[in-house]
Design a protein around this ligand. Sequence first.
Ligand code: MRU
Length: 347
Amino acid sequence: MDTISWENGRVKVIDQTKLPFQLEYFYCDSYQEVVDCIKRMVVRGAPCIGVTGAFGLALAAYKSKATKTKDLILELEKAKKLLASTRPTAKDLFGALDRLMEAAHKGGSVREIRKAMLKEAFQIKEEDKEMTKRIGKYGAELIENGYKILTHCNAGFLATSGNYGTALAPMKVAKKQGKKFFVFVDETRPRCQGAKLTAWELAREGIEHAIIVDNAAGYYMQIGEIDLVIVGADRVAANGDVANKIGTYEKAVLAKENGIPFYVAIPLSTIDWTLDSGEKIPIEEREEEEVLYLEGVNQANKIHKIRISPKGARAKNPSFDITPAKYITGIITPQGIVKPGELEKLR
Ligand code: MRU
């Protein structure tokens, strides 16, 4: 199943705000709708955001009324700025938008530019899907029969453009290899990507799992119930520091304290070579509402939002945190597994 596709001149995405309750698609007719989709997290997960951004910019080219190349480029610069303003942490978005603009700047007629941009968007998508298989192949070697694995947030196929995803890829490949293992799924408040999306994906694959509240991971580590942690990332600095969903840092510290290997699975598009340390990664702060309310289905199976806090309560909602490289055992990439301090080898 692909999370993003191009259908009759529109961008089609799986609406992740409806999962696991309804599997629905959302169609974007304009790049502004793509902007809205990324902001509202109809699509989410770093690689998926990148590929969606790429198709969004191609859509801007196709929808433009410009007849002169110069005018088209001006419109594209404006669209790029808007798409880039949606989510600040995931590196993949910026890399994908740059690649699309490079394709546009190669020149030609308006028609040729449009075609070149769409071709580049498809190329990024194919590379993305391919990398998930390679991450799966290398990462599966870490999983032994009988292992209990912890994961945080959703870094499955929904977080990429399809296939295996990143952190879930080793598990999906290990399952195909006939290995038996169990996955602890952090619910991942506030938006519950673990409880909603990862649990849905693992169930589809027939992988045994249980959802735990975010606060339970330390307990399970302490009593020897977790053998391995694998998470994804939104941006990795050149020194191996990792930005990932809020709560990742504390899981990594607890893993080290309990002698549990902690791995991060990423495509190379997630690495930000311009940053020498994770402290420089911008951390997205999202709406208070995500903390103050919860969304699920009611007895009539209708998606419903409820308030779980006093009226007028305030909240703080940092979406990501930084895990320093010293807590990370290894980084699983499409080129193999490297130590965080050895990322440079992949440059
Ligand atoms: O806020 P989200 O849902 O976009 O955050 C997603 C994550 O933090 C994932 O763990 C990360 O993007 C890796 S996805 C392959």
